[in-house]
Write a protein that binds this ligand. Structure first.
Ligand code: GRF
Length: 207
């Protein structure tokens, strides 16, 4: 059984989608630990309601990002975590963190990487720029995390039409629905060892 650690910073709807998929028996994995860098993150409430160890680790208690990440690694190792899922986690991971969990960190991004991603591209800004650019499709991407920002090998992507009537809010809602589909799907594929990594590309063994 793959032991999953989830890092969050906010509402945790992606975390909830993962919890629901696991509770429905769709994923051969178990969320053993949830860590938030924000004390008030509603995702912590969701984790506790599901009976999952859900902790707030305060970045302010650490003199720098490296020390904070070292503490994250320590907690994840204490819980023997095999796979780290970033579900709306907004802090940058250190090089040591990436090394400690090489090719075992998955992130969900609310756009079609390599578009509208990288430093500063999160939340409503992503959807505003998609609308301002006049895109006809957008979507979400699940990818492995490497030393860059949103640059790791892509695992799954799914698109939706951008309609003339769409606003930032309506687009965010539509994309979030896709996120809630493809993040659990990607975690399921990982737990079933069906993601074959080949350099910066992945091949999915669907059968
Ligand atoms: C989502 O849009 C996700 O793509 C991005 O952060 C947002 C978090 O949503 N990484 P939630 O906290 O999972 O509801």
């Amino acid at each position: 059984m793959v032991k999953i650690g989830v890092l969050i910073s906010g509402g945790g709807t992606n975390l909830q989608a993962l919890i629901d998929s696991i509770e429905a028996g769709k994923i051969k994995g178990k969320i053993s630990l949830i860590i938030s860098n924000k004390e008030k993150a509603y995702g912590l409430v969701r984790g506790r309601a599901a009976g999952i160890e859900s902790i707030f680790i305060d970045p302010k208690k650490f003199k720098n990002s490296e020390d904070y990440n070292a503490r994250l690694i320590e907690s994840l190792r204490e819980w023997d975590i095999d796979l780290v899922v970033l579900a709306g986690y907004l802090k940058i991971l250190s090089k040591d963190f990436i090394k400690a969990f090489r090719n075992r960190i998955i992130n969900i991004h609310p756009a079609l990487i390599p578009s509208f991603c990288g430093n500063g591209y999160y939340g409503e800004r992503v959807h505003k720029e998609v609308l301002d650019y006049g895109c006809k499709v957008t979507g979400a991407s699940v990818h492995f995390v490497d030393e860059g920002t949103d640059t790791g090998p892509i695992i799954l992507q799914k698109t939706i039409e951008v309609e003339d009537s769409d606003t930032v809010e309506s687009l965010q809602r539509k994309v979030l629905e896709i996120e809630h589909e493809i993040l659990p799907e990607a975690v399921k594929l990982f737990c079933e060892n069906r993601i074959i990594l080949n350099g910066r590309k992945t091949k999915i063994n669907w059968e």
